[in-house]
Structures are given as C-alpha cells and as structure tokens.
Design a protein around this ligand. Structure first.
Ligand code: G6P
Length: 610
C-alpha cells in the first residue's frame, strides 16, 4: 500500500512524478504529495484526497521548479488522511526529505528516543520518525547518506520502501527497502524509482530489482547499489517486457469493466503458457514430479486469492485425491502450523507483495517445507522468495477489485490439479485429456457470458436500493459465492454474506425478511436439489431469490424471480464461469450508485502491511 516514485534527470520532475503516481493510485489514494528540489531548495506540495487535487494544485507539476524529486500516494496507516500526515515528510531544517511505503513497527520507541534528543514532531506518522532518525544518524556520525540509512535499517522493525533526498546531496536520491516493493529504472542521463513497474514504463524498460535490506543511490550518471553493511554490490538490469498499453483504460469507462472483459484473454494466455502438445508443462517453473508427489497441500493467500484457494481445495481433492487445507495467510503465519511430512505450500497472490502471504511463504520455508507461488507480477517478492513460481499471464491489473487475476489463478490451479492427478495416478490418459479440453473451453465460455450483459445491468438498476444480499451454495458453488460476495461489498458497499447453503438455517436465516435478496448458485449435481430446497426455505420467508446455474438447468419462476445461466462445463471448473455474472452485477451496481468503481473507499490493491 502507498505508492512511491522518484526522478532524477534533466526534465522537470513535477509532471513525471505526478504521472508516475497516477499509475500507482491503486496502491492508496487518500492523500498525495511531491517534493521537488529546485534552486531554492526542496519544495513540498501535498493535498488530501485524490491525486487529481494535487495535479490541480501544482498545475500538473509544472509549478514546481527542479529536475529531482520524490512523490507519494498514501493509504493511511498511522494518522488520519490529511495534508499534515501526507508524505513527503521533512526534518525540521529540511536536511532530509522522505517518502515511505510500509509500517515502522517500533516507531513509538524510536520517537521517544528522538524526542529525548530534541526532535519535535508535527504529524502522527511513523514516517516522520524515519526522517528524523536518518537525520539524527547523519548528523551524529557524519558519514554520509548511505551510512545514515544503513543505521536506520539496523534499528527499524517492520516493512519499508523509502526514497530519501538530502539537502547536501543535490544530485542524488537514496532508496532502501525491506519487505515493501521497490524498483529502480534507468535511461540515458536519468534514473527513476517506483513501487511498481507500470509507473515508469513509458520512460524506460531497463529495471533493477532491489532486494531486501539493500540500498541504492540514483544520480544522473547511473545507480550504485549497497548491502546493509554499506558495501557496494553489483546488480544486473532486467528488461521488462510488459505491454505499456495494458495499463491504460483505453475506451472503457473503468478499469474494472475493461479487466472483466479481458478475462478470456488472461485465461487463454495463462493456459497457453503452461500447456504444450496436449500436456501441462510446468518445467519453466521448475516444478518437478517429485514436488507433485507431495502428500498434502496447504494453500495460503489473502482476499480473492484466498477464495481461489477455497475453489481449488474442492477441485484438487476431487480430481487428484490429494488432501488440501486452505489457510488465510494472516492466520497461517502466526498459528504455529503443524506441517505434515511431504507438504507443498501453495501461495497465491496477484501482486506477489501481500505482506501476510509473503510472511506465510517465509514461515513454510523456515520449516523446510517446499513452496510454490502463483503470482501475476514478475520480479515481485513472493515470486523471488518461493522455491517455485508459476506466473499467471493476466497482464497488469489496475482496478482495486481483482477480476482477471482471479480467473487466471483458477486456471493455474486447475492445471496443477491435473498434474497432481497424473502423478498420483488419480486419472487415466483419456480422462486427463478430457479434463484438459474442458479447461481449454473456459475462455470461450467466459466470452459467451460477456456477450450479453443486459440481465446484470437490469438487476443492478432494479436493485439499486438493496442493502442486504445473501449468496448461498454448496461446495464449489459456495466458493464462488465467497468471491461474488466480496466483489459486491468491495465496489458497491452493499452488505452481503456468502453462506454455505446448508448452514443458513443455523442462525443466519433469522435475517431473512420480505424482500431480502438471496442469490443461490446451483451447478454441483450432487447438491443441486439440496440448494434448491434451501432457496425454497428462504423464499417462503419472504426472500427475493435469484438463481445462477448451467444452461438447461434454470430454476422455475415459482422459486426464483430471475435465473442467470452460464454455459455447461465440467462442474469442477464451474467457478470460472459463475464468478462472471457476480462480477458484472457488482460492477453495474457500483456504477448505478455513482461510486468510484476502480478505487473503492478505504481499500488498496496491494496490501503490504499486516
Ligand atoms: C487486496 C485486494 C484484493 C486481493 C488481496 C490479495 O485486498 O484488494 O483484491 O485479493 O489484496 O492480494 P494479492 O495481490 O496477494 O492477490
């Protein structure tokens, strides 16, 4: 969370910083600020609210003079979102200016230490402690910026990516990171720093990934890297291949709807990357048959990626007969997990930077357990730290509410299930080929759902005042409900709950009253009638029922006021199709309500704090 950018070169820094921040707004958007170093020293401009306000205030960055600067878009952790707490932060004498992404956990203790040394604080942020601590070490030891930052790193607990300007070093920006993402880009006579590649893609494709506890010094002549012992280190530049236009909204009204429509491509590209000649091939990820011979799988993730895990638990157990547990990464990391021998931990993450998922990977590795990451962002922390990484090929996802990454993750999971089934002898060749061709049909079937969106638009228009929705189903249908419910909450702020259909009557059914909307999903043949009975139960208590099922299996009008159908597919892969109507309803509901679809309140896409 929080996005940081920095630029040093020959061009005016302000517009470049603001453009970079506009591509990082998905990381946080409650306030923003830039600091540019001009002839009169460092000038800082901040504003509460969306970046557009800062753009207006600085005439698109042109009102600030100077060719060196740093910028920040914030998702508040310490201190309410206001101008005072917004970054950049400066030491009282403007000796040090900092932007920061992450959380300094021991900031209270460090703040006391600094206060005892005469430092005064104007904000409620942990970042101001970082600024002053670096200033303190810089002045105390008089050994220059790298030394001061290294001393800060020795004392800091928590996660951070920081970009720092020192008054005396007019031609340099210093950066450091631990557990928060940061990349450095270079071009002729200039250097960039950013939380993520799309922020600098229009300027350069030559990128360095800074590792944990490393520092860098950016100048117009190039970039030098240092380890935590302040020793210079060599790093290899990587050429980024990402398509810059993928991060543009093009003709679409919002990124979310663009990305919903990109799902067939995201799924197909992911499938094509790992399927060759009618067989799944994970050799690129160095995933071996020995890895797949594991006896237990633990899937760990957060948010929608966790919901992918819930689907895959059903899919892998049913197809490969390998036991699967799914754990929220935030719980897994602290629960002193009892690992069975021969366990493979699968960490799923779009960004590859989610703090809890990264910590879960480290926890597993610390126990000597093999880890497989399913990640969308090349070079991300989880991708680099896991033993094996399979990449989803969804392209950059900008809307805070994930759609195409979720769909691409499911497909990787299906292919993994097939490979596990093959290695464990749970399917024969014919069944393997049949299942693979079913997975191959997902993109066209998603496209078919997307070709007629009128029912979802109509539903949103007719239910604009609804305030409680229950989504119920069993097995994979229930797993799809979990994701659908999260989507609706995230972008429309409508209260929804996903419930296992059989569990509703153990308490929650008391909330059903006349007009409560209940969306029931029924694709799993073994439990279709059971869920249908549960829908009858809520209907007889006044609920307004909507069904989602396969074509040819629609619920009658005596139960459901509407029934949406998706193309028939092997029911174990149904979640890939079921989620699409729920994404569309969530999107159109948000539009109807006039909300900021791509940047819902209080959220951030990349959650790099616990
Ligand atoms: C945030 C996003 C969710 C996402 C979750 C996990 O909460 O808003 O859409 O599912 O983080 O993110 P990851 O990058 O690890 O998939």
């Amino acid at each position: 969370m929080c996005g940081i950018v920095g630029y040093i070169g020959k061009k005016q820094a302000g517009p470049i910083l603001l453009d970079g921040l506009s591509r990082l707004e998905y990381r946080g958007y409650d306030s923003a600020g830039i600091a540019v170093r001009g002839k009169r020293g460092v000038e800082v401009v901040k504003s509460k609210g969306r970046l557009a306000l800062l753009v207006e205030k600085t005439d698109g960055g042109k009102s600030l003079d100077g060719t060196v600067g740093i910028g920040h878009t914030r998702w508040a952790t310490h201190g309410v979102p206001n101008e005072t707490n917004a970054h950049p932060h400066c030491s009282a004498d403007k000796n040090v200016t900092v932007v920061h992404n992450g959380i300094l956990e021991n900031y209270r203790e460090l703040r006391q230490k600094l206060a005892a040394n005469g430092y005064k604080f104007y904000s409620e942020t942990d970042t101001e402690v970082i600024v002053n601590l670096i200033d303190y070490y810089y002045k105390k030891y008089k050994a220059g910026p790298v030394d001061a930052i290294a001393r800060f790193m020795q004392r800091a607990r928590g996660a951070y990516a920081i970009a720092v300007m020192f008054r005396k070093y007019a031609g340099a920006i210093y950066v450091a990171r631990k557990d928060s993402p940061m990349i450095v880009g270079v071009a002729e006579g200039e250097a960039y720093v950013a939380s993520d590649v799309p922020a600098i893609l229009k300027h350069t494709r030559t990128v360095y990934y800074i590792d944990n506890l490393e520092m860098a010094c950016l100048t117009r002549k190039g970039v030098s890297f240092y380890n935590a012992d302040r020793e210079p280190i060599d790093k290899e530049a990587v050429t980024v291949e990402m398509d810059a236009s993928a991060a543009d909204k093009e003709e679409w009204q919002h990124f979310m709807i663009k990305e919903i429509h990109e799902q067939p491509r995201a799924v197909r590209n992911t499938f094509d990357r790992y399927v060759q000649d009618g067989k799944v091939d994970f050799s690129e990820a160095e995933l071996t048959e020995e890895d797949l011979r594991c006896k237990h799988i633990v899937i760990t993730a957060c948010g929608s990626a966790y919901h992918v895990g819930i689907v895959l638990q059903y899919v892998i157990e049913r197809i490969a007969r390998v036991p699967v547990r799914v754990e929220l990464a935030s719980e897994f990391r602290y629960r002193d997990f009892l690992f069975e021998p021969d366990t493979l931990v699968v960490a799923i993450s779009q960004s590859g930077e989610t703090a809890d998922t990264l910590a879960a990977v480290r926890e597993a590795k610390a126990h000597g357990v093999k880890t497989l990451a399913v990640v969308n962002v090349q070079g991300s922390s989880i991708a680099r730290e896991a033993d094996r990484t399979v990449f989803t090929v969804a392209g950059p996802e900008i809307a805070v509410a994930t759609t195409k990454a979720y769909s691409a993750q499911l497909v990787v999971g299906y292919l993994l299930a097939l490979e596990l089934a093959r290695v464990h002898g749970a399917v024969d060749g014919t069944e393997y080929t049949r299942l693979l061709s079913e997975v191959a049909s997902v993109p066209d079937k998603i496209a078919a759902i997307l070709s007629d969106i009128s029912s979802y638009q109509r539903f949103a228009a007719e239910h604009v005042n609804m305030h409680d929705v229950f989504m119920i189903g069993r097995g994979i249908d229930y797993a799809a409900c979990m994701e659908g419910s999260l989507k609706l909450k995230e972008v429309s702020y409508v209260h929804t709950e996903a419930y296992a259909a059989g569990e509703l009557k153990h308490g929650t059914i008391s909330l059903i009253e006349k007009g409560t909307v209940v969306i029931g999903i029924l694709t799993q043949s073994g439990v279709y009638e059971k869920t249908a009975s549960n829908l009858e139960e809520v209907k007889s208590r006044g609920a307004s029922v909507v069904g989602i099922t396969f074509e040819g299996h629609a619920l009658g009008s005596e139960i459901a006021s509407a029934c949406w159908t998706v193309p028939v597919i092997d029911e174990r892969f149904a979640a890939s199709l079921l989620v699409v109507p729920l994404q569309l309803v969530s999107y159109y509901m948000s539009v109807q309500l006039g909300l900021d679809v791509d940047k819902p309140r209080n959220l951030a896409k990349s959650v790099t704090v616990e």
